[in-house]
Write a protein that binds this ligand. Sequence first.
Ligand code: ACM
Length: 675
Amino acid sequence: MRNVVLSVVFGLMVVIPVPSEAVVPLPVEIRSVGDRYFSLDENVSWRLVGVAGDDAAKLTRYLDEVYPQIRVVTSGSKKQIELRVVEDLEPESYEVTVGKNRVEVKAGDAAGLFYAVQTIRQLADENGGRLPQVAVADAPRFPYRGVMIDVSRNFRDKRFIMKQIDAMARLKINRLHLHLTDGAGWRIEIEKYPRLTEFAAWRRGETWKQWDWRYVECSDPDARGGYYTKDDLREIVAYAADRFVTVIPEIEMPAHSEEVLAAYPELSCSGEMYGHSDFCIGNEKTFEFLTDVLDEVIEVFPSEYIHIGGDEASKQAWRTCPKCQKRMADEGLNDVDELQSYLVHCIEQHLNSRGRALIGWDEIMEGGLAPNATVLSWRSPQNGFKAAAEGHNAVMAPGKYCYFDGYQDVPHTQPEAIGGYLPIELVYSFDPAPDSLSVETCANIKGIEATMFTEYIATDEHAEYMLYPRMFATAEVGWTPERLRDFGNFRERALTMNDRLRADGYNVFDLRNEIGNRPEARQPVEHLARGKRVIYNDCHWAPKYHADYEATFTDGLRGGWNYNDLRWQGFYNGDSDRALDVTVDMDEPTDITYIGADFIQLCGPNVWFPEKVVISFSNDGENFTPLTTITTNLLRDNKVAFRNFSWAGNVKARYIRYQAFNRWRFVFTDEIVIR
Ligand code: ACM
C-alpha cells in the first residue's frame, strides 16, 4: 500500500493507505474502509442477484473457471460476495464494498459485475488471495475500449486469440477488432467463395517478410497461412462474449485486397490476377461479392459494428478503367474519392438494412462520409475530431499513440519492428477527447483502440511482447478519467500487472528494465541559436515531416529513436543536388566555436545520412565562406543509426549556412546546434 489519500471520517481528516498499485485500469474511486481482510477461500460463495438467463450463465462460467474453489449460488449464506445488478448505476459501472464477512457488489449491468470481479481479482492477487477492506466506485470514461489484431499478415490460431481476450477482459477492454482480410491472406471461411480459403489464404514463406506476394493452393506442400472456419470464429465470439468482449470483424475494401483479386481476378479493373490492390467499383460483381461476403460475416459475428477497412486505396486504376469511369458518369461522381465514397455509402446501406453499423478507417471521410458511419481515426487524431465535430461517432487509434507495431524501446535492443518508437509513456500520454474540444464533439468520441499490424510480427511470443504492457496504458486511457491519470503512478501498477501476466504465461516486454528514449531527446538542449530565425534557401521540408515547421532547428528539441516523431524534419529533393539548405540568423556577429547537427538513418524507408555536408558563414547574408565540407560513403544497413556532422574552430559570424546533400533519398535532422 503505497499511495495515500486524505479522507474525511467523522469530521476528521485522516490519511488512509490506498492499494491503488494493484489495479489497472485505475478505478475512479478506491479507498480503504478498514484494516481487515476478506479471504477468497472455499468457505465463500458468489451470489448472483438480479442477473438471469444468458448473463447469469456467462458470469457463472467465468467465475467457475477463474475461482474453481468458490461456488456460485442463488441463495444467501454467511460468507458471501453478493453480485447484484441495480437500476441506479450506469452500464458497465460498479461499486464494491468489502466488509468483514461480506463483499457487496452492485453494478448497472452484468458487464459492470464482470468488471467488479476483475477489480476483486487484481486486489486479491496483490494481497495473497485476500481482499483488503476497501470501497470502490468505478465507471468507464469511454464505452469503446478496443484492441485490433492483424491476423492477415501473419496468421494466429484461435488459442492465441482467446488467450489475448482473457488478458483484455482483465483490463476491462471490451472490443476486439480482428483484421481478417488483407493482401497477405484471407482468414475467414466464406461458403459462397471457396477460393478465398482454398487459395487466397496460403502462400509460400513462413512469415510475411519471406513472402513473394504470390498465393498457392492449400494443397501445396509448402503452403503456409491458414484461416478460421465459421465454427472457429463462433467459438472465439462465444469465448469473448463470456468476457464481455465484442469481436468486430474487418473485411477490407476497396483496397488491401490483393488476395481476393488473385482468387477472383474478374473483380479487379484489368481482370488480371496480380498487380491490383483495389476492387473495380464499376463492376456490379464487386457489389455482389462484397454484400454476399458481409452477409456470411454477419451470420457469424453478432457485433453491431462491422469494419469495412477503407484505408489506403491507390485509386489509380479507377482513373482509366472504363467501368469505373462509366460508374462515375452515371452517378455524377466528380473524382475517385467520390467513387470510393459511393462504394462505402452502398455498403453502409446494406449493413444498415441488416441492422448493423459501419465502421471504417478514416479515409472513408474522403469524398463524403456515409451518413451513419463511425470513423476509426488512425492517420491523426484530427480526423477523428473532425468527424466527431460533424456529428459522427469516432474511435481514436492514431498511429502516434496507438500503433503497437512500432518499437517500444531502443530499436537496436528490440526484435525487429516495422519502425517508429512508441514507448508506453507515449501510449499513456494520449487524451482521446481533450478539453479543448466542445462538449458535443467529445460526446461523439466513443473511445480508443490499440492496433497491432503484424507485418514484422511472425510469432505468438513476439505478438504478446508488442501488446504487453502497452495494452495496459490503452486500457487506462479508455477507462480512467483524465484528471486521475498520472504516468508515474500508472507505471508502478503496470509493473505489477506485467508480473501477473508473465506468471500466467504471457511473453511481456520487460518494462522494469526499459532504457527509454534517445538520451538527447529527453531534455531540451541549450545553445546560442535557440529561438533564432531560420531561413530556408530554396528548399522545403517534406509535407509529412514538417516537425515544428520553421522553428524546428532552433527550438532546442532533439529527435528520438523515430524519424516520424515530429522532432526530426525531413527533406527529399529527388535528383536535385541539394536536400537541405538553411541559414540561421544569429541577429548579430557572434563568436562561434561549434556548429553541428545530428542526422538519423533508417535505410528501409529510404532515410539516409547526407552524402555531403557543407557548413559556411557570412556577415552580410549573401557572400558565404565555407568552414568545412564533410563527405561520407554510405553503406546500407538495417538498423536505425545517428551521426553528427559538425565543425569546430573559431569564427565571428552573424549568418550560419548548413547544407546537406543526398539525391533520391530523405535526410532528417532535428536541431542545428551552435555554441
Ligand atoms: C492502416 O494502418 N492502414 C489503417
